[in-house]
Design a protein around this ligand. Structure first.
Ligand code: 13P
Ligand code: SF4
Length: 328
């Protein structure tokens, strides 16, 4: 397919569909292109391991948002999902922000449509709106402060105890925060399909079969799963835990991509992905995150597309609650 047709397809497909020269060393070419174009690659721990290895910044949502704040390169390539690239663009409106596949969405962000959320918010005019970073720019623009799973407790605790708080979009993280902070949050009914796919019964059975393994989980998982976890935390929290803790093996209740970094930081330990309800699918993999491939990453840097383009006023509105979080 020639480049003009691929350009036309970009708006339909959400990514560039061009042939890759046979025998091309994609990893080396991506490294060379980054240098040549003064581009940096930010990648989340849920990306496939080849992409993680190429990243200039690899981390959780908070780390990547902070990294985006300090970048002076011309181009930011985001190997993650759409809301992450959008956040990087909001923080750096003058930079070119690229996402290898625009279809890399997030079920949690999709579970909170702006019109419905605005109507929900109107029912609680006194409430402060705290939103988890896994939401669209439109939802951020309706928020007072953003948080990630790394700083959600801190953000909630920064709000006066008498002030009602709306928390959106993740009801599971919300319930976890109610337990951790003792605050009575008004929850939006959203969730992540990946973390809700874990099977409580199968985890219990796996733990019985591996009595020395500790079960660790991301707070987007359901309460009954979190209740049996030895540790609950963000992806970077989970990584720190397995490094410092004295157990030899762990059942990992989050997206399986993180196991690559876990093996690197604790090579002597064993990591078992937590089982999911449906045996026929790879549900502990985030299908959205995995839409970014080495091939799409190469085409994206080479042709500087697809780019995240946003309305300036929306970016300005969405920036305020992000900045408030970053100042905390
Ligand atoms: P972290 O901020 O913990 O990396 O979480 C991001 C995410 O999308 C979890 O599903
Ligand atoms: Fe969204 Fe869940 Fe994928 Fe994280 S794992 S990006 S919350 S769908």
């Amino acid at each position: 397919m020639d480049y003009t047709i691929a350009q036309a397809n970009l708006s339909k497909l959400g990514y560039l569909d061009l042939p890759i020269p046979k025998g091309m060393d994609l990893k080396q070419v991506i490294l060379d292109l980054k240098k040549e174009k003064n581009a940096v690659l930010l990648a989340h721990y849920y990306q496939n391991k080849d992409i993680q290895e190429l990243a200039d910044y690899l981390g959780d949502s908070l780390y990547l948002a902070k990294a985006a704040q300090n970048i002076d390169a011309d181009i930011i390539v985001f190997a993650g999902v759409h809301f992450m690239a959008e956040t990087a663009k909001i923080i750096n409106p003058s930079k070119k922000v690229l996402l290898p596949d625009l279809n890399a969405g997030c079920s949690l962000a999709d579970s909170c449509p702006p019109l419905e959320f605005a109507a929900f918010k109107a029912n609680y005019p006194e409430a402060v709106v705290v939103t988890y970073i896994n939401c669209s720019a439109e939802i951020k623009a309706l928020s007072d402060i953003v948080c990630t799973s790394s700083n959600a407790v801190q953000v909630i605790e920064s709000i006066d105890r008498d002030t009602p708080i709306i928390f959106a979009p993740d009801k599971n993280l919300g319930r976890f925060l109610i337990k951790e902070t003792g605050r009575d949050l008004i929850l939006w009914d959203g969730s992540c399909i990946v973390h809700e796919a874990f099977s409580f019964e199968k985890i219990v059975n796996l733990a019985k079969a591996n009595p020395k393994a500790k079960f660790i989980a991301h707070p987007e998982s359901e309460s009954q799963v979190l209740d049996i976890a030895h540790y609950v935390g963000s992806t970077s929290g989970l990584l720190n835990f397995v490094q410092k803790d004295d157990a030899d093996s762990y059942i990992v209740g989050t997206e399986a991509g993180i196991i690559h970094e876990m093996k690197k930081v604790a090579p002597q330990k064993t990591f078992i992905p937590a089982p999911v309800e449906d045996d026929t699918c790879a549900c502990s993999e985030c299908a959205f995150m995995k839409l970014n491939t080495l091939e799409k990453l190469y085409l994206c840097i080479e042709h500087e597309k697809p780019e995240i383009l946003m309305d300036v006023k929306l970016m300005q509105k969405a920036l305020k609650p992000i900045e408030k979080m970053l100042r905390l």
